[in-house]
Design a protein around this ligand. Structure first.
Ligand code: PXP
Length: 244
């Protein structure tokens, strides 16, 4: 079974910093700690309203962090220009609405193919690995492939939010979508809302190559420290992956 990478999303370190408008806690310091704790990459979402990560964070993450940076971005000209300036390892295209608290649901690639295709191509031409953050729906995977994205990230929010049979149904959709991704030649990632309680069934899906996790790790850091929260998550992922 292939290795499972952990991308640590540091957005909410910046959320806490911004609550007081100063410099502490520093998301770049958190990225260094994530690297020390075994993260394989750093993820940051520069939102249109800059409510957590700011432009200068992206600049510093690009310059100071050795791990691959996964830049989460809305499909806008402003974000495209920033991505092309910094050339992160990867760019994950996410839907964005100002009034939402977090990224609710996946990108509608099927309905926006013509708008998204040129953006994907410009990022690819700059050597950036593009992923589409989508629902676990085969039509969205097919559309992502069609417009030239090499990677999809499956939204695990509904799976995490539900319990019982509904959660099982959401998991089954993710399992099927991850198999479909492999069948059509897309690299498959997953993320959103994952915690110690929900990560294992997702980590056990053999065709998923990367999980991106943020809010829970930052919240848990209050109790056990950031490195410890990441190390424990990593351990749960590895246990699920290498289960006999
Ligand atoms: N993946 C994507 C594409 C996201 O937008 C987010 C949230 O910013 C995450 C993963 C991480 O979600 P969470 O912070 O809930 O772990």
């Amino acid at each position: 079974m292939s290795a499972l990478r952990l991308g640590v999303n540091i957005d909410h370190v910046a959320t806490i910093r911004n609550a007081r408008g100063g410099l502490h806690p520093d998301p770049v310091r958190a990225a260094h700690m994530a690297a020390a704790a075994g993260a394989d990459g750093i993820t940051a979402h520069l939102r249109e309203d800059r409510r957590h990560i700011a432009d200068h964070d992206i600049a510093r993450l690009s310059n100071e962090i050795a791990l691959p940076l996964n830049f989460e971005m809305a499909a806008t000209e402003e974000m495209l220009a920033i991505a092309l300036r910094h050339r992160p390892h990867a760019a994950c295209i996410v839907p964005e609405r100002r009034e939402e608290r977090t990224t609710e649901g996946g990108l509608d690639v099927v309905g926006a193919k013509d708008r998204l295709r040129p953006l994907v191509h410009r990022l690819r031409d700059a050597g950036i690995r593009v992923s589409m953050f989508i629902e676990a729906d085969p039509r969205q995977l097919d559309a992502s492939l069609e417009i030239g994205a090499p990677v999809v990230e499956l939204h695990t929010g509904a799976y995490c939010d539900h319990t019982g049979d509904e959660r099982d149904r959401e998991l089954a959709r993710i399992v099927e979508a991850a198999a479909h991704a492999a069948a059509i030649g897309l690299e498959c990632h997953a993320g959103h809302g994952l915690s110690y309680d929900t990560v294992k069934p997702i980590a056990a899906i053999p065709t998923i190559a990367e999980l991106n996790i943020g809010h829970f790790l930052v919240g848990e850091a209050i109790f056990v420290g950031f490195e410890a929260s990441i190390r424990h998550m990593r351990q749960l992922m590895d246990e699920a992956r290498h289960r006999p």
